[in-house]
Design a protein around this ligand. Structure first.
Ligand code: GLY
Length: 379
């Protein structure tokens, strides 16, 4: 069966694009995934929606993250209505803590810079932080509070988007590894996969860390994306032990409504080795205990890892595949795939349906890598 649109990669990005296309009238959509839908980085993530903390590198990236964050309240309520799944959008806000003078002065510098740029950020004393979060360590000094940095339960988001696909006739093909895009006269007309060849009017590559393994015709796809592993652990706590997502320089804690408390994350350049390690576990336990000493008697409930998709400059790759028609890239969201999903979906759907251009396609187009293949920013 041919599709109007085929999406290669059924993570949060591919699923969100499929939903947006369907809502805008595209009816024959196929998602092809090499494994289980939403089973990789989308499942492994922490679900933080933190443009002011995670995306402070450039004004454009901050704007992209903020515009995507602003879509989340409607995204969450529409998904609840469409699927019955509550993705637990939590707008309590996020804390960033300091534990010594050097960290305190770094936060102070961030505070002044962000205030001058109009970011909503407040400076709290250690005492004030413990008044609102009594379990936080007595060693925590001045911190910053970001009311507009939120979280969702990313695994529930995967479930909601999967349910949307199932309810709306979006075809899902799992365990079909796409190896090459099929091309003719400069147009992409489908993909070759381990489950056969599929034809489509438009093809969207949303394959995260695996993007550069796909060929286009006989050549390499013109973008270098590599995996960066993140390990996480979780504890079962009493709900309310911590209410805010909380960062330190060592990591972050993410409290879920049911009492699960996530601690993340390592940042490791180890290729496609998607596995947990003792060293990773120890560093996460230390990061967790620094913020919340009361975690120490609790057993670790889960330890997992995922592969973030990292392009050479750490920024997303969005827009047409250079040199080809009828194909888009939506990949390399690195640390912010959950945050950036709704905006990415909107841009790609408008591109596919209306041929709409976006300044974000110009900023994040794959052609910016014409001369570059190695990392230019620290991980
Ligand atoms: N967004 C947090 C992380 O990738 O660890």
């Amino acid at each position: 069966m041919n599709s109007e649109v085929m999406i290669i990669g059924g993570g949060i990005i591919g699923l969100s694009v499929a939903r947006e296309l369907h809502r805008k009238g595209v009816k024959r959509i196929t998602i092809v995934d090499s494994g289980r839908i939403g089973g990789e980085a989308s499942w492994a993530a922490a679900g933080m929606l933190a443009p002011n903390i995670e995306t402070d590198t450039t004004d454009d990236f901050h704007r992209f993250g903020t515009e995507s964050l602003e879509l989340y309240p409607n995204f969450a309520s529409a998904l609840l209505e469409e699927t019955g799944v509550d993705i637990e959008l939590d707008k309590t806000g996020t804390l960033c803590l300091s534990f010594d003078e050097r960290e305190e002065s770094s936060l102070e510098e961030t505070f002044r810079r962000q205030l001058s740029r109009g970011v909503r950020v407040e400076r709290f004393s250690g005492d004030h932080i413990r008044a609102i979060e009594p379990s936080i360590s007595a060693a925590a000094g001045t911190g910053l509070y970001y009311p507009n940095d939120w979280q969702v339960d990313n695994r529930k988001l995967v479930a909601a988007l999967r349910r949307f696909a199932d309810l709306n006739g979006i075809r899902i093909i799992e365990n079909a590894n796409a190896t090459a895009l099929l091309t003719s006269n400069g147009e992409v007309f489908g993909a070759r996969t381990s489950a056969g060849e599929f034809c489509s009017g438009m093809t969207i590559v949303a394959t995260g860390a695996w993007t550069s393994l796909i060929k286009i015709g006989d050549s390499a796809i013109p973008v270098h994306v590599k995996p960066i592993r993140g390990q996480m652990i979780s504890f079962e706590t009493q709900p309310g032990m911590l209410r805010h997502v909380t960062y330190s320089t060592q990591g972050y804690l993410v409290p879920r409504a049911d009492g699960r408390l996530l601690v993340g994350a390592t940042v490791e350049d180890v290729g496609f080795e998607n596995a947990v390690t003792q060293e990773g576990l120890e560093s996460l336990v230390m990061a967790g205990l620094e913020i919340l000493p009361g975690l120490s008697p609790l057993p670790i409930a889960e330890h997992w890892s995922g592969l973030r998709p990292f392009a050479a400059d750490g920024l997303p790759v969005l827009g047409r595949i250079p040199g080809y028609d009828r194909a888009y890239l939506a990949t390399a969201h690195f640390r912010n795939g959950i945050l950036l999903a709704p905006k990415t979906a909107e841009l790609i759907a408008d591109g596919v349906i209306d041929n709409a251009n976006s300044t974000f396609f110009e900023i994040y187009g794959a052609d910016r890598f014409a001369e570059k293949t190695t990392a230019t920013v620290p991980l």
